[in-house]
Design a protein around this ligand. Sequence first.
Ligand code: NAP
Length: 331
Amino acid sequence: MLALKFMGLGGLVLFGCGWIARRHAVAARRLGVPLLVASRDLARARAFAREFGAADAFGAYDDAARDPRAEAAVICTPHDRHCADTLLALGAGLHVLVEKPIAPTVEEADRMIAGARDAGRVLMVAENFHFMPAFRHVHGLLTSGALGALRSLHLVARGYRQHSGWRLAAGAAGGGVLIDGGIHYVHNLSWWGGEVRRVFALRPPQTVELGGEDAVDILAELAGGIVGFVSNSLGARGAPRVQWSSVTGVDGTIFADNRGRFILSRGRGRMRLRLFRRDSRGHEAMLRAFADAVGSGRPPETDGRSGRRDLAVVLAAYRSVAERRPVDLAC
Ligand SMILES: NC(=O)c1ccc[n+]([C@@H]2O[C@H](COP(=O)([O-])OP(=O)(O)OC[C@H]3O[C@@H](n4cnc5c(N)ncnc54)[C@H](OP(=O)(O)O)[C@@H]3O)[C@@H](O)[C@H]2O)c1
């Protein structure tokens, strides 16, 4: 109970017992936040609850959301479910941490933001990259001026993976690799580099079966003329598992491992290596930030508007691919 009070969170309902729900369950268990587990399948919820020591299990999201112990929900469902599930949770009086992307369309994102505002509840996007210790360290170096004026960012996330399930259905994800894993890098692009003003995106021929594109490359113009490049692929057979993000300023470069295990930075002096071991994917820090927003009433850093901004860049890149031209983002 002490941990609970410290966290400022009562029961945390997990909507869906899939892959990412496991990460949230591990973080909640470590932080002592009591879990209520909800699945469309009661047997699945019960098995999940046993595995993670949850307080209770439910065979319907609605039942869990209306349980008197529930105070907040984590939406771990497919993208085209995020809006309806978020509104369901808000309607039950819960605060919401919704997985990325906030939604597949800005119209849905706007309904979610308005719904949270009207209900007086927190809406936070589970953009865990924002809470990864290594990436926060990069942000800290950049804001302290360690690289001088920024010039460019190169964010490369290329691997090979064959998905199954809802990601193969056109529409459930709202796109392919970019709106799924790629939106993390889109987030870092503006978090580290500044507002994205214009994008030009290309998509190579498809190799992996997916509801949308299996790869995309984006050239972006950021505020102040900074250049961003995001290369994202699930169809890059043979690509090494070490994938990287680098930021260059007039005085040096930071090279970050995309899994958040290490950072190499070099300004005008010697190369520095920094290792990160604890909570390297940021799920505990993210849950703490959510609890802090719930307890303090202060908006979280990755609030609904932040998720909407990232989504807008993704959708502009999709438009650029479809129309074969650069696309400006509305300011
Ligand atoms: N931050 C990250 O690094 C990260 C990584 C992976 C995924 N994600 C995000 O997390 C969310 C879920 O992705 P996931 O990889 O965990 O997917 P997943 O393993 O397929 O889990 C999704 C869960 O949603 C529930 N669900 C509700 N309606 C469904 C439907 N119509 N079809 C299929 N499942 C449905 C199911 O749970 P029940 O059957 O138990 O109800 C299912 O297990 C997505 O928004 C994704 O982008 C984030």
